[in-house]
Design a protein around this ligand. Structure first.
Ligand SMILES: [Zn+2]
Ligand SMILES: [Zn+2]
Length: 242
């Protein structure tokens, strides 16, 4: 009876206060996790779906279950998955959230990542969600770390703990986007450290970031977690490059 009343009340509320798409200002129709954005915005995002590399999620790796892009440096995470491909519209959303102070986009982006968690990570429960950290100076300049916002929203939605402080970036690396793949690996090597490594021991962790390209940043974070005794490390991002 209570549930019926609740459903009725939320239907009435939905009629009185239609939800507004935070990306375009349009009307949002249904109410699933990734329906925080309107159907039109969602349809402009190209989903990251199989076939892809079982490990790093790189698309179009049809003939090998495991691609080799990170194998020569050692792969430290178990699986990396993303909601969509980093193209056109996704590029704009990520850019707006990161550089145009549009923090409110964390909500719909996390909603879509929750959908990827259901479909691509089989709703696995984690001991902790850990955002990929920014160096304190860059965090200070921007005013926030976009990955913290995504992890916090997602932690709320999935009811899992989030730790934005244990993993730290101690070296201010060059932006990965300007580098070639091998340079990316070297650029982030030794860049991360754990403030309290004992908290990670025996844990299953989910690393959170806005995008994944070669995976070298996530992989370096995973290496540090693995060294401290994490038993499983998956990576979930909003977008990924081809
Ligand atoms: Zn929209
Ligand atoms: Zn791969």
């Amino acid at each position: 009876m209570l549930k019926l009343l609740y459903n009725f009340a939320s239907d009435v509320l939905a009629l009185a206060f239609p939800r507004i798409c935070p990306v375009c200002g349009g009307r949002v129709a249904d109410d699933f996790l990734d329906a925080i954005v309107c159907e039109s915005c969602r349809s402009k995002l190209q989903r990251a779906l199989p076939p892809h590399c079982e490990r790093c999620g790189r698309p179009d790796v049809v003939h090998h279950a495991y691609c080799c892009s990170l194998m020569n440096t050692g792969l430290h995470f178990d699986q990396a998955r993303a909601y969509c491909l980093f193209e056109d519209y996704a590029r704009r959303v990520v850019h707006d959230m990161k550089f145009n102070q549009r923090r409110e986009l964390a909500e719909p982006m996390a909603g879509m990542m929750a959908r990827a968690w259901i479909e691509r990570l089989e709703e696995r429960r984690y001991d902790c969600l850990i955002p990929v950290p920014l160096h304190p100076s860059r965090r200070h300049a921007r005013g926030y770390n976009q990955s913290d916002l995504l992890a916090e929203r997602l932690g709320d939605m999935l009811d899992m703990p989030v730790d934005c402080w244990n993993l730290e970036r101690r070296r201010n690396t060059r932006p990965q986007s300007s580098l070639r793949p091998q340079e990316k690996v070297e650029n982030v090597r030794g860049a991360f450290t754990l403030d309290k490594p004992e908290r990670v021991k025996g844990c299953e962790m989910l690393l959170i970031d806005d995008i994944i390209t070669t995976g070298s940043t996530a992989n370096e974070c995973a290496r540090v977690l693995r060294e401290a005794g994490a038993v499983r490390i998956d990576v979930l991002t909003f977008a990924r490059t081809r």
